[in-house]
Design a protein around this ligand. Structure first.
Ligand code: TRP
Length: 334
């Protein structure tokens, strides 16, 4: 990593597949970022086990996640893509930061309240201290910028507070990170409840499109997309279903919303949905072809996983060793 470029850290949970929403909202734009920033893309499998996972599935999805990012154009030789569990510095710093995080702060996290309601049978300590691990992820790499959705803003704010607290208690140690709200990607909504963001963990499979869905499946999901009954292809707040489809169409074709509306002047919803499905299928085809190639090349992916974890660990240690010294751990004898 060159020293002059700013550092971007992004963590993603390997639950399900990357969706069209992740792709149009973030990934497609990130391929531009890799030249201007030093980017780390971390598959946060340690965060995932705060709720029960099926072990073989978690293993499979973690690998598939990395391959989908590479297939989408993120270059694993320019960016650091790795599994959180392969870089033990995350856990080590998380422990220390736990000791600089207050119960009161963690108690205020809306995601914790949310998840402990949804997983009432398993409200574990890891779920509670999850934000301290997330702070460790970010602060280990002297991160400048963190791309986060609304649901993660509170966690990022806490990471900043922890960094400032630690810096004040000792001496400047951590860069205080900011949110990254770059070139706004498209905000893609659920195909079934278009007032809700498209989510890979939606129970209704028809609500989201995965970037690995086959053309048939994509066509079927768009055919079933919820619209309205006035048969007018127009972008409007009171027409969330149609507006969402126009957004998707415009994000892929690069046409403005007005131009997109014109493309469908006088057309019915059925034709419109199929046209949107078609541009999505065409957009994803090269990505899916690359993915199939990557699947065959086990040694290449293994190499990426190994080398990137080593690089991440090397960088993480620079911060971790300072932190350990500052809190008073005795030096290692080498
Ligand atoms: N908590 C994030 C999520 O659920 C994932 C995440 C973990 C993350 N560590 C991170 C995101 C660090 C950004 C930076 O989406």
């Amino acid at each position: 990593m060159s020293d002059k470029k700013k550092v971007i850290f992004s963590g993603m949970q390997p639950s399900g597949h990357v969706t069209l929403g992740n792709y149009l909202g973030a990934l497609k734009n990130w391929t531009d970022l890799q030249e201007d920033y030093n980017c780390l893309f971390c598959v946060v499998d340690m965060h995932s086990i705060t709720v029960r996972q099926d072990p073989p599935t978690l293993r499979r999805l973690s690998r598939e996640f990395l391959m989908q990012y590479i297939a989408a154009g993120i270059n694993p030789e320019e960016n650091i893509m790795y599994y959180q569990s392969h870089v033990p510095e995350h856990a080590e710093l998380a422990w220390i930061l736990n000791c600089f995080t207050y119960m009161g702060e963690l108690n205020r996290m809306t995601q914790f309240k949310d998840k402990s309601q949804r997983h009432a049978e398993n409200i574990n300590a890891g779920l509670f201290t999850y934000p301290a691990l997330m702070a460790a992820d970010i602060l280990l790499y002297q991160t400048d910028l963190v791309p986060v959705g609304d649901d993660q803003k509170q966690h990022l704010e806490l990471a900043r507070d922890i960094a400032i607290r630690f810096n004040n208690a000792y001496s400047p140690t951590f860069k205080v990170p900011e949110g990254y709200f770059g070139k706004a990607g498209a905000r893609v909504m659920s195909l079934q409840e278009p007032n809700k963001k498209m989510s890979k963990s939606d129970e209704d499979e028809n609500a989201f499109v995965s970037i690995l869905d086959s053309p048939d499946v994509i066509a079927r999901k768009f055919k079933r997309a919820v619209t309205d009954s006035d048969n007018e292809i127009r972008f409007s707040e009171d027409k969330p279903g149609i507006s969402n489809l126009l957004n998707i169409y415009s994000a892929i074709t690069g046409k403005s919303i007005e131009e997109s509306e014109k493309d469908f002047d006088g057309k019915g919803y059925g034709d419109f949905k199929m046209a949107v499905a078609e541009v999505v299928i065409d957009e994803l085809r090269p990505l899916q072809d690359r993915y199939k190639e990557l699947e065959k090349d086990k040694a290449y992916i293994d190499g990426i996983i190994k080398e990137n974890a080593q690089t991440a660990s090397y960088l993480a240690n620079k911060t971790l060793s300072k932190v350990q010294r500052k809190v008073g751990f005795p030096p290692k004898i080498r």
